[in-house]
Design a protein around this ligand. Structure first.
Ligand SMILES: NC(=O)C1=CN([C@@H]2O[C@H](COP(=O)(O)OP(=O)(O)OC[C@H]3O[C@@H](n4cnc5c(N)ncnc54)[C@H](OP(=O)(O)O)[C@@H]3O)[C@@H](O)[C@H]2O)C=CC1
Ligand SMILES: O=C(O)C1=N[C@H](C(=O)O)C[C@H](O)C1
Length: 251
């Protein structure tokens, strides 16, 4: 059986370099390109890449994924910065090339995906919910894509259950003290040398607290998810947001 031809964009970064190693080590995959900032995207088509793994920067990702889609290269995207507006534009681009698939995964860590799944289940049972994400100080965006998505999932579940806004008597606060407001769910971001990627989801109600915590101790933790995405995206046309769609979580 022929190997799936895979490229990595952002190949010299923290995640990209780990993805290069993971693809090279996979027997069913062949690394055909490892692109940095100054390498032309045309290399993807010249080398016949079937799937591109995109791990760059929120300012670069839209153009890179757009190139892939226009050229029929499936994309597995870990880079953050996907607003509703960006997702809408990508859906329109994809509609013009049926057969091409894009996976956008806010987090490739299986435990992080499960955290979001469990948070969705828990949200309707608690009056209060807040998210705390903790990352290395080299991270460009805050709050993390995962924390933003987690807060959105909680907000969706609260709305579906008809819960009122969360109680909060704060009338004066230093700017940022209550975190970022993501659809009514406060999200707090810590940047600290020594950390990799961590998140706590806190739920509170009268007399009890539920904490769901996930820790990525190294970037190898993301690689099984990256490889799963690469193998599945080729048979999944259109836009998929979230690795959970490839995990059969209710099975
Ligand atoms: N979904 C997930 O599970 C995970 C997602 N991430 C996300 O992935 C992204 C990358 O993270 P990380 O690896 O830590 O970041 P790094 O800064 O370590 O790596 C990014 C790399 O991309 C390069 N780059 C930037 N723009 C381009 C471009 N246009 N073409 C090719 N290469 C480019 C950078 O080059 P240069 O240094 O020259 O700018 C750098 O080498 C972030 O958005 C992060 O949040 C991170 C971890 C897990
Ligand atoms: O930049 C990182 O490191 C990470 N980024 C992703 C995010 O913003 O959610 C995933 C993970 O948290 C690591």
């Amino acid at each position: 059986m022929s190997k799936l031809r895979v490229a990595v964009i952002g190949a010299r970064g923290r995640m990209g370099s780990e993805a290069v190693r993971a693809v090279e080590a996979a027997e069913d995959l062949e690394l055909v390109a490892a692109l940095g900032r100054d390498d032309p995207l045309e290399t993807l088509t010249e080398r016949g890449a079937q799937v591109a793994v995109e791990l760059t920067h929120p300012d670069s990702v839209v153009a890179n994924v757009g190139f892939c889609v226009r050229n029929g290269v499936h994309a597995v995207v870990g880079t953050t910065g996907w607003t509703e507006e960006r997702l809408g534009a990508l859906r329109e681009e994809l509609a013009a090339v049926p057969g091409t698939g894009v996976l956008i995964a806010p987090n490739f860590g299986i435990g992080a995906v499960l955290t979001m799944h469990f948070a969705r289940q828990a949200a309707r049972f608690f009056e209060s919910a807040e998210v705390v994400e903790l990352h290395h100080p080299g991270k460009a965006d805050a709050p993390s894509g995962t924390a933003t998505r987690t807060a959105q999932v909680i907000a969706e579940a609260r709305r579906a259950a008809g819960l009122p806004p969360q109680p909060d008597a704060t009338t004066s606060a230093l700017e940022g003290a209550r975190g970022a407001d993501v659809e009514g769910v406060p999200v707090h971001a810590v940047r600290l040398r020594g950390l990799v990627a961590h998140q706590e989801v806190l739920f509170g109600d009268e007399g009890e607290i539920l904490t769901i915590r996930h820790d990525s101790m190294n970037r190898g933790s993301f690689m099984p998810g990256v490889l799963l995405g690469v193998r599945r995206v080729v048979g999944t046309p259109g836009l998929t947001v979230g690795l959970e769609h490839f995990l059969d979580l209710d099975g």
